[in-house]
Design a protein around this ligand. Sequence first.
Ligand code: FAD
Length: 282
Amino acid sequence: MAAMAPQFSVEFFPPRTEAGRGKLDRVHEELTTLGVDSFSVTYGAGGSTKESTKSIVLDYNAAGSEVAPHLSSTGQDIDVAGDLLNDYRDAGIRRLVVLRGDTPPGQQRASKGFYARDLVEFVRRHSGDHFHIKVACYPDLHPETPNHALEIKYFRQKIDAGANSAITQYFYNADSYFRFVDSCREAGIDVPIVPGIMPITNFDKLSAFSDKCGAKIPDWLASRLAGFGDDEAGLRRYGDEVVSELCGRLLEGGAPGLHFYSLNQAGPVRRIWENLGLSGSR
Ligand code: FAD
């Protein structure tokens, strides 16, 4: 059987303003023209972006794109998740990214012990096999997970609950992805594991975000990026080069596709796309 062509997806977050939404519409159009296969739209903690996530998903779906809404729940607002599933199913949405979500700093999580696997189970009970469910996984470890063995164990629980594929947290060390995939295969997890790719455009923001989400910036990369100081254009050029090389290695090594954390910008994705020689190929 011929191997499936790699699939490329791009993640958006719901903008807070109308101007931001207008800009996102243009980014979506540009990336659609480029040949991206599908999009996903994040969902704020505690349902804070319920309406904006849904509106973007339904609009881009109506425009002919394949769009996967992200869905999270504290466990106590599960009826909200049920209503959203009905709306998405009625609109013909077939894919979801199911997550536990993060509680904003300073707030206590409403219901401890409710994990993404519980939401996957809920989606399956509620909607049967209608949705292809993607879940998150963490080659560099989730910040709250004590060790690698538990990372794999909890990931496996999400697959056993009914998830069909996974997207990784971003990373900059291709070997960390390949080793993680090997451990998953040894543990009997056989679903596609798509690398999440974070373009590099601003070192300070990237460092702060990486500290929170557990993604590792290797020392060699951190010191090169720090060396650019205020030279934003230089940092961007170097970031494009490093991330394009990473993407190339991942695809050559058999990754089933790439999922770009676009931060609602077309430029970095387009430049990496061109560096990978994908322009005009799709
Ligand atoms: P889980 O798999 O539930 O894991 C959460 C923590 O609980 C981990 O430390 C895990 O080790 C632990 N755990 C899991 N199962 C068990 C168990 N049975 N017993 C004990 N401990 C357990 N956040 C948002 O708010 N909105 C989004 O749209 C969003 N999109 C994302 C997309 C991707 C691709 C990724 C990688 C992350 C995204 N996030 C999003 C962030 C995500 O919600 C956080 O990383 C969150 O902290 C964990 O989510 P999860 O689904 O991996 O949770």
